[in-house]
Design a protein. Sequence first.
Length: 364
Amino acid sequence: MQKEKINLLGFTHERLVEFFNSIDQPRFRASQLLKWIHQRGVIDFMLMTDFSLELRNKLSAIAEVKPPSVEECHVSPEGTKKYLIKLESGSMIEMVKIPEKKRMTLCISSQAGCALQCTFCATGAQGFERNLSDAEIIGQLWLANFYDSSSPLISNVVFMGMGEPLLNVENVLSSISLMLHQNAYGLSKRRITLSTSGIVPEINKLAERTDVSLAISLHAANNILRDEIVPINKKYPLNDLLDACKQYLKNQSKRKTITIEYILIDGINDSIEHAKDLVKILKGLPCKINLIPFNPFEGCDYMRSKEDTIKDFKNFLVKKGFITTLRITRGDAIDGACGQLVGNLKKSVKGKNNKNSINLINTL
């Protein structure tokens, strides 16, 4: 029986050094391979011409570089591209490529589905299947750069696609290591944003392992409402979450602010009273606030806040001294905007009694 080949796509520099050492090759081979895969987009060992023919044959026999495959690509009128990515399991995840004037942003997924079941999010509504591997995560960035070479290279990455990144923290951090490495993608730390719904124990550990930008999916400023629309709040309530945010900044020598994400839902969390609550709980936390108009999806009864309501909410926060931005909705015509990603899962489990979801959360 032939031994299964090792997929090297998600291997960090350190793991590649170990791999090449195991086949009696010098450590500099790790840097060479990183450049071939992540800077040149070459995944066929036989085309890697600074390796000897003997080494290329050996690598071809025992290893491979295998990214996920693109099943579909949808383009919105403003140029946003949503890719349906097929995993080896047959499940589909989604990533979104967002063009802007001075940057190209990639919104990537960290899980197939999501266990957290936030009520305003299409991903949570379909249930949870599994964590993505490091190869499946970094493979999205590889595809974004090399599958469609007609557009500029990715300059910014946001972990705001399907899934909760801090419930797949090891594979997410492994992927971030590749994004940052000078022989791979060479992105700066400020151009990578990790967004979390508030997995407090992992936020507390995060500062010791990385200092990329941190965003908190807050969406409510009191525990009663947040318990309802972001159920993980029942396990990690607002006081604990905000204390973890302050500690994260305290442990970062250069990181000055955290981004607070707040989806505006008509009649749910968009009144001036809600804005006052937000000002109250964010007092003392260096942050900027990103307001996001709700993006409707099939099966959800929520509606986007009215334009005047959004304007009043934003102006109130600005008058109180908060740096506040309003996210321009991109990709909603192709269901590629914030909260609309769904993919197509083979073995997801849905509902409040989802054992996959419960077991994943209870491991923390």
